[in-house]
Design a protein. Sequence first.
Length: 407
Amino acid sequence: MRIHSLFIITFLSFSSIYAQSPSDSSAPTPENQVVSFLQGLNPKQLSDVHFQLVTVTPAHTVTTAFGHSALRVYSGKQFDKTDFYIDFGEYDESPGFVWRFLKGEALFFVKIRTMANAYTFWDTTGRGIYTSEFILDDTQKMKFANAILKVMSDKKNGYEYDNFESNCVTFIRDIIGDVYGKALALETDANKSTWRARLLPYSQTIFWLRFCEKLLLDHDTDIQRDSNKIIYLPYDLLFAVEDAKITKEKEMVHPDFLKMPESFDLLGNFVFALFVGIVLSQIPGYLRKRFSNLGTKVFGFISIVAGAFTLLVLLLTSFPFMNDTIMILVFTPIDYILWKKDKFSDATFKKYLYLRLGMLSLAFLLRISILPQSIDAALFFTCVYFGLIFYNLRKDSSSNLQATSSN
């Protein structure tokens, strides 16, 4: 990881919901305050200093589907002036941001706010906030403070965002590893240890996100990742620190009024049923006579839209986790010929069929060799569909030839 602007904005939920904003230069900024606070820590203060993981629950839109992660550090009374919310993935929402992000040129920043300010915002959204306090000795607390300061210094001019390898979660994950001297790990089943697999439960209830996930993510997202690199989502980070037993039991700071429903893959199940119908429409006999034209129109529409969308993403964006998607061989704008079949000669249509069968064969060879990608259902149904189209064409041609010979 890591496109049409709506899908790009989807992944911004890994970053902050806040945009950079101008402030009064004469007043100390939260950034200056937290730097002074962390740099000024001494052994006598450490017992009163707390470091926490903040986890915000998901919501119902593409921009909020994944939840959010941040760090909290405070001393003394909570929500007081020395209670800081540290976000490692805020962005500058100035004019042209979406275009810069699409081009892979947008910068993200470490942003500090007071916890009271962050709470006020999340309260307006109705989303839940949980805090998990890290179990630290004094030495580890100093390491935690220094690790935060180092990231703030290293990224003071911003950093290039990467949905899977450089976002708010991954910064916190790596800080935790530095503090405890051991990489944080998330233990998963083998079939759930890819970037795509971790994303799927979130995309199943959001049509647009599921649509983009199926079309755009390439083989990079289907590579088995180790137990550390698989952590890039807020809840996975929370699960990992809980499994490692390095935090106290999480506490609810704000109730979750939205309460996301259990995942149901509406788009996946609908498309599966649709493609079964499309394939059935080409089976010789009654089904073909009754539904062939409808099935062809439906498949042509899906392929033209999906193919054009995917092609635009490949041409206009520079995200490495989309560069090698082989879906462009499965769905393509040239299926316009299928949609307007009656306007093309038999010879042109036959050449088109040979081209499409060649594209699908190439997609299959890439799928089983150098570019393994989770597109099996789409590839299977499309191959069967064009196989039936080709079979029917040959059968019709043979029948026409026999009829001509008889006459």
